[in-house]
Design a protein around this ligand. Sequence first.
Ligand code: HEC
Length: 177
Amino acid sequence: MARRALLVAALALLSACDPDTVVHKVGWFATMRHQRNIKPYARPIPPVEGAVPVAGAELPLTRELADRLANPRTRTAESLNRGQWVFQTYCQVCHGERGQGDGPVSLAGGGPFPGVPSLVDPTRPKMTDGAIYGMIVEAQRMGRGLMPRYGDKIHGNDRWDLVNYVRNLQLNARGNR
Ligand code: HEC
């Protein structure tokens, strides 16, 4: 009887503690915690040199390569609507609603970010669709390294729909010429 009471008391004591802190104090439970894995907020392990991605990697884009890319998406209303959504989500903060470089984050719009160009200035050299695509995917490589990279955030058709939308902003700014 007394042993039973002791057991109940021990169990009550145990359950009063936070199981997460108690469990790993028991030797053979600790193996769950101390294993070779990536801990929360830890830096992921870089791939071994020479490793080949098998889950779909992208070839690095160069300026010459980008210029030669053909736009596979026709500038339909559907494409433009999608492109507008992507633009508003990722680009408008800097380039502004009409692409004039005056978004709220841009210096021109009262923000701290310098050097955001207008996308609709007709005096700037005209970019090919592929060059705009290149800026979306690999701005760090295509430009002077001032614009963040969006290739890891914008995928698939969204990229070309965004190209179409930027082109449309330019056409509208130039009175469709
Ligand atoms: C954090 C601010 C910022 C955001 C967000 C941003 N850009 Fe930019 N963008 C820049 C800056 C700065 C440059 C100048 C880049 C350089 O010269 O390196 C630039 C340059 C460009 C250019 C080249 C323009 C030219 O005439 O040379 C294009 C095209 C462009 N951005 C498109 C986009 C698109 C599309 C998005 C949305 C995915 C976007 N940008 C998001 C800051 C930004």
